[in-house]
Ligand binder design. Structure first.
Ligand SMILES: NC(=O)c1ccc[n+]([C@@H]2O[C@H](COP(=O)([O-])OP(=O)(O)OC[C@H]3O[C@@H](n4cnc5c(N)ncnc54)[C@H](O)[C@@H]3O)[C@@H](O)[C@H]2O)c1
Length: 257
C-alpha cells in the first residue's frame, strides 16, 4: 500500500487531501496539533524534530508521498508564527523526509503555497536574507516590527520564499528521483479563510479578491490537483507551481508567466 504523509491534516485543504488519498486506497500519516496520527507542534524546531521522529517510527523505511498543507493565515498573531509554520516547518519536513521518499517507488511531494507567493518578487522579498540564512529569529523580529501589515508581510513573504525554495530544489530532487511541485490555491473555503474574512485589517481585501469564476474554491478542488501531481499521470511534472485559483493569477498578472 502506498503511504503519504500530510501535514495540516486535521482541517481545510489538508483534511480534503487526506480524504481523497484514503478514498484512493492509500495509507495516510497526518501531522497536526490534534486529530492526527502524529500530534506535533510544528512551530518550534523541537516540535519539528519530534514530528519527523514520530513519522519515521510509523514507516517501514520508505515513503511514496508527502503533502505539506500546515499553514497559518495573515491574521494570526504573533506574526512570527506565520513565518515559522509556512516556511521553516514546511522546509524542514520537506528536507527531512527526502531520504525516505527516495526509498519509495515513483515518489512525489506537493507543497501548498498560495497565490500570495506572486504578490511580490523574490528580489524584493524583505525576508529573503533571513529565510535563506535559516535565521528564524531574525525573520520573526522583522515581521513583528512591521506594524499593522506585519501579518500580510509574513504571509506573502513566507509563501514567496516557499515557492522559490521548491523551485531551487529541482536539481537535487530530480537526481534523487523524487518529483516536487507546489500548488498555489486562491481563496479556499476553510477555517483559515473564515478567520481572515473576520479580521478588520484584511477582511475587505480578501472579500474583494474574487476569482474570475466568481467564487472561492472548495477544499476538495485543491485536493484534486494535489492528487494529480502526486500520481503517475503527472510523471514528467517537476518544479511546477500549479495555480488552482479560478483564474485570479491570470487576472491580476496577465503578462507574467
Ligand atoms: N484557505 C485559503 O484560502 C488558502 C489560500 C491559499 C493557500 N492556502 C494554504 O493552504 C494551506 C492549508 O490551509 P487551510 O486553508 O486548509 O487552513 P486550515 O486552518 O483549515 O488548516 C491548517 C492546518 O494546519 C495546522 N497547523 C497550524 N499550525 C500548526 C502547528 N503549529 N503545528 C501543526 N499543525 C499546525 C492546523 O491545525 C490546521 O489543521 C496553508 O498552507 C495555507 O496557507 C490557503
Amino acid at each position: 500500500m502506498l503511504t503519504t504523509v500530510v501535514s495540516g491534516s486535521a482541517s481545510g485543504i489538508g483534511a480534503a487531501v487526506v480524504q481523497a488519498l484514503r478514498a484512493a486506497g492509500q495509507r495516510v500519516i497526518g501531522i497536526d496539533l490534534r486529530d492526527a496520527e502524529v500530534i506535533a507542534d510544528l512551530s518550534s524546531a523541537e516540535g519539528r524534530r519530534l514530528a519527523l521522529q514520530a513519522v519515521q517510527a510509523q514507516l517501514d523505511g520508505r515513503l511514496e508521498g508527502l503533502v505539506l498543507c500546515a499553514g497559518l493565515g495573515p491574521q494570526v498573531r504573533p506574526e512570527s508564527l506565520i513565518v515559522s509554520i509556512n516556511y521553516f516547518a514546511a522546509l524542514e519536513l520537506l528536507d527531512g523526509l527526502l531520504p525516505l521518499l527516495q526509498k519509495g517507488d515513483s515518489s512525489a511531494a506537493v507543497v501548498i503555497s498560495s497565490t500570495a507567493a506572486t504578490s511580490l518578487e523574490w528580489a524584493d522579498n524583505p525576508l529573503a536574507g533571513a529565510l535563506v540564512a535559516g535565521d528564524e529569529a531574525a525573520a520573526g523580529e522583522r515581521v513583528m516590527a512591521a506594524g499593522a501589515q506585519g501579518g500580510y508581510l509574513a504571509y506573502a513573504a513566507s509563501k514567496n520564499a516557499l515557492s522559490v525554495a521548491v523551485r531551487q530544489r529541482v536539481a537535487t530532487w530530480g537526481q534523487a528521483g523524487v518529483r516536487l511541485n507546489s500548488v498555489a490555491p486562491g481563496a479556499t473555503r476553510t477555517p483559515l479563510l473564515a478567520a481572515g474574512l473576520q479580521d478588520p485589517r484584511y477582511g475587505q481585501a480578501i472579500r474583494d479578491y474574487i476569482s474570475p469564476l466568481g467564487r472561492n474554491a472548495e477544499p476538495h478542488e485543491i485536493a484534486e490537483a494535489v492528487l494529480f501531481l502526486l500520481g503517475p499521470r503527472a510523471s514528467f511534472i517537476h518544479g511546477a507551481q500549479l495555480f488552482v485559483d479560478g483564474g485570479i493569477d491570470a487576472l491580476t498578472r496577465p503578462t507574467r508567466l
